[in-house]
Design a protein around this ligand. Structure first.
Ligand code: ZN
Length: 449
């Protein structure tokens, strides 16, 4: 067994065997089922250890890293249960389950490209090399769930890297925002209130930074005012924008805005400003709401240039037809959702990445926006993806811990900063989208062709 693992690990490292084919290769080498599933996972783990220089410790391989197919004799429902699950009753009617189909257990890997982990099943999706604002080769680790989607990531990254590293552009700062809202009876009073706040802004932001932001290397970089009206309510919004290099900064920005609110309330009291309502008005700051006006998180993009002639040969049709495909999908998303944010594979890849890495935020909805673009520059097809609002608190900190398994996944992946987190995420998303788009325009996805 150890000899087979050593030999097949070498084959994968030499590029002669795909990391997704190790179970199959183990069977061919004479390893009996379901032991071939364990062998396949162990080969991938050895490959990743060799490539990353990091040994697995917290991401453990269970004794039986596979599931067994059962069915309920009463209602006919199918139950695919982890081999170490001790509850072998139907989850709906409680009837003891029977092995599905035959009398021998039908065993499958917990997820495709499984490399370890319990409940969160970690998958290996190959590697990707990037340059630009980040220069690095990342090992792609995701908690995708069941299914084959992550294979698409690995294939896409491999295909794109044939033309060199993916170019990454990522902003220096991650942004956060918190908005205060006030209601006045008339516009004159609102004007007076704004002037008062404006005069005090240097002192307010100084106190916000000293009390809450300095500790996380954060600062207030902008404050803006917005007038709105609802019948007789003269509304004034005052939004504080902050930025951070490694922290997400969401929690400390909220507390700093709380300090600003108290300061301003005192200011109004002293100057006898008639303010009917003073509140944190979260509806204006983009808090966890995906929208084109969202100004939170960090911008990152990944793109690759491919000679048009080479790509036309790959897809077997003129490049205009590929551009038409991209446009019909862009138009579809624009008209269905109201704004041109494309959520093809990204809506699945980005959560899979957050689930594996478990950096904050855990509710990562804001970070899942993406725009795919395809343009012709000279003789090249430029294929790219933009993620405008990636939120990440890299060193965890005040918003909760990063568990040991995920810290290990980050280390294995080669991610050591917020910028690298964003770069790996964008590259992975581009790889998945590229594979997806290419298969669609070749009419090969879901068609069995
Ligand atoms: Zn049942």
């Amino acid at each position: 067994m150890e000899k087979i693992i050593a030999r097949l690990t070498k084959e994968v490292l030499a590029g002669r065997l795909g990391p997704w084919k190790t179970e199959e290769a183990a069977l061919e080498a004479g390893v009996a089922a379901p032991e071939h599933i364990i062998t396949g996972a162990r080969i991938r783990r050895a490959v990743i250890e060799a490539k990353s220089g990091v040994s697995f410790k917290h991401i453990r391989l269970p004794e039986k890293p596979y599931f067994i197919e059962y069915s309920c004799p009463k209602d006919g429902s199918e139950w695919h249960l982890a081999a170490d699950d001790s509850d072998l009753n139907c989850g709906m009617c409680g009837t003891p389950l029977e092995l599905s189909g035959t009398h021998a257990p039908v065993c499958q890997p917990l997820v495709n490209n499984y490399i370890g982990g319990q409940e969160d099943y970690f998958s290996y999706a190959g590697e990707v090399t990037v340059n630009g604002d980040v220069e690095k080769t990342f090992q792609n680790i995701v908690c995708y769930g069941t299914g084959v989607g992550h294979l698409g990531i690995g294939v896409g990254c491999f295909q794109l890297n044939k033309f060199g590293p993916l170019e990454i552009k990522v902003s220096d700062w991650g942004r956060a925002a918190r908005n205060l809202a006030f209601i006045f009876a008339d516009e004159k009073e609102r004007e007076r209130a704004r002037d008062l706040i404006k005069k005090q802004l240097p002192e307010i932001t100084r106190q916000m930074q000293e009390g809450f932001l300095d500790q996380f290397n954060g600062e207030v970089y902008d404050v803006d005012f917005l007038y709105k009206q609802h019948h007789s309510d003269r509304i004034m919004h005052c939004c504080f924008y902050t930025r951070f290099d490694e922290y997400r900064g969401h929690g400390c920005t909220s507390r700093a805005a709380g300090l600003a609110k108290n300061y301003i309330d005192d200011l109004f009291k002293k100057a006898d400003v008639k303010c009917r309502l003073s509140v944190i008005g979260m509806g204006r700051d983009g808090d966890l709401k995906p929208s084109p006006r969202n100004r939170r998180g960090r911008y990152v993009s990944a793109q690759q240039r491919i000679p048009v002639a080479v790509y036309e040969k790959n897809i077997g049709r003129p490049i205009d037809e590929f551009l038409s495909y991209i446009e019909l999908d862009r138009q579809g998303v624009l008209e269905e959702t109201g704004w041109p944010v494309y959520t093809g594979m990204g809506g699945e890849i980005i959560p899979a990445f957050y689930r594996a890495m478990k950096n904050n935020p855990r509710p990562y909805l804001v970070s899942c926006l993406q725009k795919v673009y395809a343009e012709i520059h000279g003789n090249d097809l430029v294929f790219g993806v933009e993620l405008p609002n990636v939120e990440v608190g890299f060193p965890s900190g005040p918003e909760g811990i990063i568990p040991p398994m995920s810290r290990e996944a980050l280390k294995i992946a080669g991610i050591h900063s917020a910028k690298e987190f964003c770069a790996a995420l964008a590259a992975l998303t581009l790889g998945g989208e590229f594979n997806f788009a290419t298969l669609h325009v070749k009419e090969k996805l879901y068609t069995g062709r």
